[in-house]
Design a protein around this ligand. Structure first.
Ligand code: GLC
Length: 739
């Protein structure tokens, strides 16, 4: 059964599970079966208890182990079949201990970070009675206007696949029956991150080849990793809302991939079908959803507090209902709920531990990206100096990021962390600019103060309230007067660094050339300020890389690294100079650079590319050794892998991490292929002078693509293999696949 942990359940567990499930199914009424297919949310404890007595199968976490036990007791002791509850919660990047936002974790290019987050978060949540998290979110997105890019792992399919699988392993552990394991939920199925205009919940219209090559792949990896559940997305996919999309929920997810877990709707996703204009009323919406393959509705529409349902076998065949109920009951059995649904209230974890804090800080340090460091201003030595820390993030504690719960341990401030890390510094803290307005007096005071200090640190960014669900932005520049503050500090001539705290790629073009050193510090969670302070002084050496492209302008979006070449790729920027505007003669003389794909008013390419990131040390690569430069397709299809080795050396004077990226480019194929596709990556820590040989392999599943007929193709021809520390500075090799 492809749900729950990758470790198959013991045979006797499976047998007892099937016996329990079939016995219950045989004794349940139509209404009792339907009630299992609903998770109620937002009810107060007494409301929730009423619904539980009516037989619903799941509830949202009622905020404590004691309350969870109360609801479980009501389910077990006050319903005809005593079926325990699934208790769900959005444990996205922490419960009591908050880890960096997922986009920041992706910047680490170290999946272990995500697995550790999930493992610790699951233990904290499970101790309170949570047994189901609605995480990981693995929606690939190339549009940072969409606020939910913060919740996923960026623009790359492989990165989302690898990090999503790591989170699932962390949440579900070796067995779902373990005390610290909870059900994972891969979401949002599917292509939610492709919303037009980057506007949340907006239309998604996507070709089959893109749907499969970009958006479905991470979910296939999630199912392979044993994801216990999948959540349907709010959006339409080429006209058909995901909640009622049988091609997606049943044909691909359940039949083609063999997914045997539970497909849960998103909050009110069925209700939304009326607004989509595909359902006339809630019974119609529920009927269409369950028929399409939804198993559990997240809302309050399947049964009421009297246990009555608007559905009859005319709307949903009994066989489909029984299949959905089996899926739900199997998960409950795999969790061990039938033998013990209760938690020991005295053992509930209510606060971070030293160990969980250390793990969160490690994750935060690994997620920081050094965008610029001219004149090697950073790291700052800890010797006594006068430091002006200015900006709305100087004294803000808003570091936990989107999707944290009110009960999460609050973070401290950057000011506190710097003072703790550098006791010999004299640190002055000033706001310089509010987040959302300009304040000339604050700005003037900061400029005046700069003259009295040796170095300035500008702490700028976007508050977490501007990120996450329903938080699309049309303008990705720093809000308020923060750009003016950076320019004013630059104008003082004092050495300065900018630290960005944000949950999405920002547009930095107004000031980036003025700032010699820039750290991308995201929303790093509970230990974010400490991680930034240690990075400022070099106690931690930044090694993160951008998991999403940073555009030059909001209107340059979508812009991403794995783009098609087009028939007229630009290699020369246009300008608004007179000569450029005058197109001059048409015809072949101009094809060189005029009639090519670019903007006349923007330089070519992004501000910062996918994979960009610097270090306080330097690295060099040897020549890549490809074990074979030519391989018959048949050998590849039968499982032969192409192995590739390359030597990496730390050529600097400080220990540091290097992220090595392996890209391919299929030069000629039946569908236009991206100029680069990330196929593998690794992060290596090396001491000064140390050399390590890195090994990679490429197989059938790495060198092919899906076509618009839904077939996976690997075609003969030449492949460019790029390997190195980023998109551009990479060694190159050619692999030939032959018929
Ligand atoms: C929200 C989100 C989803 C979340 C669910 C439950 O609307 O779309 O990601 O898991 O509701 O909170």
């Amino acid at each position: 059964m492809a749900t729950g942990s990758k470790t198959a359940e013991r045979d006797d567990d499976v047998e007892s599970r099937e016996a329990v499930v079939e016995r219950l199914l045989a004794s349940m009424t139509w209404e009792q079966k339907l009630a299992q297919l609903q998770i109620g949310y937002r009810p107060r404890l007494e409301e929730a208890k009423e619904l539980v007595r009516a037989g619903i199968g799941g509830v949202f976490w009622p905020r404590s182990a004691a309350a969870a036990n109360e609801l479980q007791r009501a389910a077990v002791e006050e319903t005809p079949h005593g079926i325990p509850l699934l208790i769900g919660l959005d444990v996205i990047h922490g419960q009591r201990t908050t880890f960096p936002v997922p986009l920041a974790q992706a910047a680490s290019f170290e999946p272990g970070i995500a697995e550790t987050d999930a493992r610790i978060s699951a233990a904290e949540a499970a101790s309170g009675g949570v047994n189901w998290t609605f995480s990981p979110m693995i929606d690939v997105s190339r549009d940072p206007r969409w606020g939910r890019v913060v919740e996923g792992f960026g623009e790359d399919t492989r990165l989302n696949s690898v990090f999503g699988a790591a989170k699932i392993r962390g949440y579900q552990g070796d067995s779902l029956a373990d005390d610290n394991s909870i059900l994972a939920c891969a979401k949002h199925f599917v292509a939610y991150g492709q919303a037009e205009g980057g506007r949340d919940y907006n239309t998604v219209d996507v070709s089959v080849q893109r749907l499969r090559n970009i958006y479905l792949e991470p979910f296939r990896a999630a199912v392979d990793a044993g994801a216990a559940s999948v959540m349907a997305a709010f959006n339409t996919v080429s006209g058909r809302p995901a909640h009622v999309n049988e091609d997606l929920l049943t044909k691909i997810l359940k039949e083609e991939w063999g997914f045997e877990g539970v497909v849960v709707g998103d909050a009110d996703g069925v209700q939304n079908l009326m607004a989509h204009g595909v359902a006339t009323d809630i019974a119609d919406g529920l009927g269409q959803s369950f028929r399409a393959g939804l198993d559990v509705e997240m809302g309050g529409n399947v049964v009421d507090t009297d246990g009555n349902t608007p559905l009859s076998p005319a709307e949903v065949p009994l066989q489909r209902v029984d299949d959905a109920v089996r899926r739900v009951l199997r998960l409950k059995h795999s969790l061990g709920l039938f033998s013990n649904p209760y938690r020991d209230e005295a053992s509930e974890i209510l606060a971070p531990s030293g160990q969980s804090r250390a793990a969160a800080r490690h994750a935060a340090e690994k997620s920081i990206v050094l965008l610029k460091n001219e004149d090697a201003l950073l790291p700052l030595d800890p010797a006594p100096k006068r430091v002006l820390l200015v900006g709305p993030y100087a004294a803000s504690s808003d570091h936990l990021g989107a999707w944290v719960q009110s009960f999460a341990e609050p973070a401290g401030t950057l000011a506190e962390a710097i003072r703790a890390e550098c006791p010999d510094w004299s640190v002055t803290v000033m706001e310089g600019s509010p987040f959302f307005q300009s304040d000339p007096a604050l700005l003037d005071a900061a400029v005046a103060a700069a003259a009295e200090h040796d170095v300035v640190i500008v702490a700028a960014g976007e508050p977490s309230a501007l990120t996450g669900e329903a938080s699309s932005r049309s303008d990705l520049r720093l809000p308020g007067g923060q750009e003016a503050l950076i320019a004013a500090i630059a104008g003082t001539g004092k050495p300065f660094a900018v630290i960005l705290f944000n949950g999405r790629p920002l547009v930095t073009s107004a000031w980036i050339d003025l700032a010699p050193s820039v750290l991308e510090a995201w929303h790093l969670g509970l230990e974010g300020p400490a991680a930034v302070a240690r990075t400022l002084t070099g106690a931690a050496n930044p090694g993160g890389r951008l998991p999403m492209t940073f555009p030059r302008s909001s209107s340059q979006i979508p812009i991403y690294y794995d783009h098609e070449n087009t028939g007229r790729p630009a290699s020369i920027s246009a300008t608004l100079d007179e000569g450029d505007i005058d197109v001059g003669l048409m015809g072949p003389d101009n094809l060189g650079d005029v009639f090519t794909s670019k903007y006349k008013d923007l330089p070519l390419g992004p501000q910062f590319s996918f994979g960009h990131g610097l270090s306080y040390t330097t690295f060099s690569y040897g020549q890549p050794q490809l074990a074979t430069e030519e391989l018959p397709l048949e050998a590849l299809h039968s499982g032969t892998k192409v192995s590739l080795k390359i030597q990496l050396t730390n050529t600097g004077n400080r220990t540091g991490d290097e992220v090595t990226l392996l890209f391919i480019h299929d030069r000629t194929a039946s569908l236009a292929q991206p100029v680069r596709r990330l196929r593998a990556f690794t992060r290596t820590s090396l001491d000064p002078g140390q050399t390590k040989t890195l090994e990679f392999s490429l197989g059938w599943e790495d060198l092919g693509f899906w076509d618009n007929e839904g077939s996976y193709l690997v075609e003969a021809g030449e492949f460019d293999i790029y390997i190195g520390g980023g998109l551009d500075d990479t060694a190159h090799h050619v692999l030939r696949l032959t018929q």
